[in-house]
Write a protein that binds this ligand. Structure first.
Ligand SMILES: [Zn+2]
Ligand SMILES: [Zn+2]
Length: 166
């Protein structure tokens, strides 16, 4: 979705309030695709300060993740923020940030929303803070029920040492 900034740039408007809802299929992150199950919502504004345009706002959606401990699918809200200066396409190279470039008086807000959500993705995500994960021996999901495997809590690096001592 493109937002036309002509009126802001020529001073006809001081501020543009935005509330945008758009379907984005998924986010890509480190070669992974995180499906988005809710439309992406952006609430914020673009405003003119002494001829320069700035954008502030919040973006949110809900992603479908795989828990890295138990591998189960679960849904979690993703919330990102945007606080950026918008640059003209002809701005000098090092000032350029691909997502915040004004081309022909327009910006592509879909790219901005997608970028802000991607930046807000957690590195490692678990379904619950106390997720017990999978048993390393039998692979059973320990959140559902405990398994009958021998519990060996020794760190695998220390286990090697223990074997040597025996
Ligand atoms: Zn889990
Ligand atoms: Zn087990």
């Amino acid at each position: 979705m493109e937002i036309n900034l002509a009126e802001l740039k020529n001073g006809l408007k001081e501020e543009l309030d935005l509330e945008i809802e758009e379907k984005i299929e998924s986010l890509s992150c480190f070669g992974d695709h995180i499906p988005l199950i809710d439309p992406v919502v952006f609430r914020g504004k673009i405003y003119n300060v002494n001829g320069e345009l700035y954008m502030d706002g919040f973006v949110e959606s809900t992603g479908e993740f795989n828990c890295y401990r138990c591998l189960n699918k679960f849904h979690q809200k993703i919330m990102g923020e945007v606080h950026e200066k918008l640059m003209e396409e002809d701005a000098s190279e090092d000032e350029m940030d691909d997502y915040f470039v004004i081309k022909n008086d327009k910006i592509n807000i879909s790219e901005i929303m997608e970028n802000a959500l991607t930046l807000a993705l957690p590195m490692k995500i678990v379904c619950h803070e106390d997720c017990k994960g999978l048993c390393p021996v039998c692979g059973k999901n320990l959140n559902e029920e405990p398994c009958a495997c021998e519990k060996d809590d020794i760190d695998p690096r220390l286990a090697k040492l223990r074997d040597l001592l025996q």
